[in-house]
Write a protein that binds this ligand. Structure first.
Ligand code: NDP
Length: 279
């Protein structure tokens, strides 16, 4: 079988270039996009994510406002800032980088962001809209997976799709999006029985389980398409996914690498949501 790598770097670059052109057009019509990025505390991984998001904004021509607050920020202070940004007509999108320090209730913060500015797609109104097939912002990582599949010529309709993981930001919206594309969807989780057998049915397997290299060839149907959402830093400093790439590569038709697969797509889809806010 000829193995094809699904190149997330290339596909995300294509999407960002399309968005850049669209932003230019929107500017000609007098419409400007502006994303407010809020970072609380000094978690190094969060700081890197925020830096990359601001860089992507700059690339596609979207203004970004940066709010870097100390780790000691109270919930009330953060909610007041969100309230100000909600009311600010020049701000189209609001992104609060998660996780937040323990004194702040993340759910409260997610609910405080106006749904029409919730470019992460985490607000219950946007989650509900996705479920019933109405317009709204879709969580960026699963939206990115759909783009990876479509743009690498994988048809979803009628396919057996298995998603491992049921988190609110990845697994659940992933299942709903695959269903929207007419896949036959199973969502597996930590209480699933006979996980290997279920995964072996999958034409399209999405691993969002959060366990390094858990998915081996024993979970794979010959010729399946495998999307690896997981991202982990190994002891040797290198990154790996939830899928054991070396063990599955001879059994799949297409697979996303880690890094360079799903990761770059998340930011591209965030940019898509920011532009959507202006469209
Ligand atoms: P969570 O930890 O929130 O969810 C993990 C899910 O996997 C849960 O639903 C859990 O089940 C399930 N699970 C855990 N262990 C098993 C098991 N042994 N068998 C079957 N199911 C299991 O993770 P996230 O959804 O937030 O993220 C998943 C992965 O994706 C992580 O590696 C994360 O780093 C990565 N990620 C990557 C992004 C990117 O941009 N590339 C963005 C977001 C996440 P249960 O519900 O029963 O506990």
């Amino acid at each position: 079988m000829i193995l094809e790598l699904i190149d997330g770097k290339k596909i995300s670059a294509e999407i960002k270039d399309e968005l850049k052109a669209e932003v230019e057009e929107l500017k000609k019509q007098g419409k400007e996009a502006c994303l407010a990025v809020v970072l609380v505390g000094d978690d190094p991984a969060s700081a890197v994510y925020v830096k990359n998001k601001k860089k992507a904004c700059e690339y596609i021509g979207v203004k970004s406002l940066s709010y870097e607050l100390p780790a000691s920020t109270s919930e009330t202070e953060l909610l007041e800032l969100i309230d100000r940004l909600n009311k600010d007509d020049s701000v189209n999108g609001i992104l609060v980088q998660l996780p937040l320090p323990s004194q702040i209730d993340e759910n409260k913060v997610i609910r405080a962001i106006a749904p029409e500015k919730d470019v992460d797609g985490f607000h219950p109104q946007n989650v509900g809209a996705l479920l019933i097939g109405e317009k709204g912002y879709v969580s960026c990582t699963p939206a990115g997976v759909i783009q990876l599949l479509k743009r690498s010529g994988v048809s979803i309709e009628g396919k057996e799709c298995v998603v491992i993981g049921r988190s609110n930001i990845v697994g659940k919206p992933m299942g709903v999006l695959l269903l929207r594309e007419n896949g036959t969807v199973t969502i597996a989780h930590s209480r699933t029985k006979d996980l290997k057998d279920i995964c072996k049915r999958a034409d399209i397997l999405v691993a969002a389980v959060g366990k390094p290299k858990m998915i081996t060839e024993e979970y794979i149907k010959e010729g399946a398409v495998v999307i690896d959402v997981g991202i982990h830093r190994m002891d040797n400093g290198k990154l790996c996914g939830d899928v054991d790439f070396d063990r599955v590569k001879d059994h799949v038709s297409k697979i996303t690498p880690v890094p360079g697969g799903v990761g770059p797509m998340t930011i591209a889809m965030l940019m898509n949501n920011v532009v959507e806010a202006v469209r």
